[in-house]
Design a protein around this ligand. Structure first.
Ligand code: SF4
Length: 235
């Protein structure tokens, strides 16, 4: 051991004792050029909340595609901003356009029941759509509309950092996975969106029209539940 090491060890001991006594006195210890961990976490949370507010405001004012002309209001998304599961549907329908919330009405009630079947409450997940504005007469989103809207959803995904994405319906799956494969081909396989594991299943509105598909939907939900239970997943 060199003399320098001895001095260094002695200095460390003095510093450790100083921290010990300050701690006993109830005085918070600050390290040089650093903030206490709790302060760093508080700043990070405040920063994320600010980004959410800025994003929501930008979406509210968005006129990047023609759908802004016919909307009652934008439908930003709803739920737990720290969710493990992000549910993505197609676009707002009539009820969503009026209420400003995705997946309301009968399809929303069925989604709530599907989530409850795997032990999740609606408030525990985050729910959004490919489009933030309602297409007239509930027609399919056009490619240029989905492209214009995708940066908003991507920013939401970056802020939430979910463990798993559940894409509900053909439109959501096609836009997220950039494929035109059928839902039958896409179901039952694990996909990924920007590194986030992604499961494809039926849209609740389809299940209301085709209740026979609920059995297959249940299989998808079981897979989803096992993914959520298994922690971080490599894709
Ligand atoms: S659908 Fe998306 S891109 Fe088009 S106006 Fe609405 S928020 Fe903007």
């Amino acid at each position: 051991m060199s003399r320098g090491d001895e001095h260094s060890d002695g200095g460390n001991l003095v510093e450790a004792m100083r921290h010990y006594y300050l701690d006993k006195m109830g005085i918070q210890v600050w390290l040089a050029n650093e903030q206490p961990i709790v302060q760093v976490e508080a700043d990070r949370a405040e920063n994320i909340e600010t980004r959410w507010q800025q994003l929501e405001q930008a979406v509210t004012l968005c006129r990047k595609c023609q759908l802004h002309q016919s909307r009652t209001q934008t439908v930003f998304g709803v739920g737990n901003k720290d969710a493990s599961l992000l549910v993505i549907g197609e676009a707002p329908g009539c009820d969503e356009d009026l209420q400003g919330e995705p997946f309301v009405g009968r399809a929303g009630q069925l989604l709530n029941a599907m989530l409850a079947a795997i032990g999740l409450q609606r408030q525990q997940v985050y729910i959004a759509n490919i489009l933030k504005c309602r297409p007239p007469n509930n027609r399919d989103p056009r490619p240029e509309e989905a492209d214009a809207c995708s940066p908003w959803l991507n920013q939401q995904i970056a802020l939430i950092r979910p463990d798993v994405i559940l894409a509900l319906g053909r439109v959501a799956a096609h836009n997220l996975l950039k494929t035109d494969q059928s839902l039958a081909e896409l179901r039952g396989r694990l996909h990924a969106y920007d590194g986030v594991p992604l499961v494809v299943s039926y849209h609740p509105a389809y299940l209301l029209r085709q209740p026979i598909a609920k059995r297959k939907s249940w299989q998808d939900l079981i897979k989803l539940k096992s993914l959520l239970s298994s922690g971080p997943i490599s894709t």
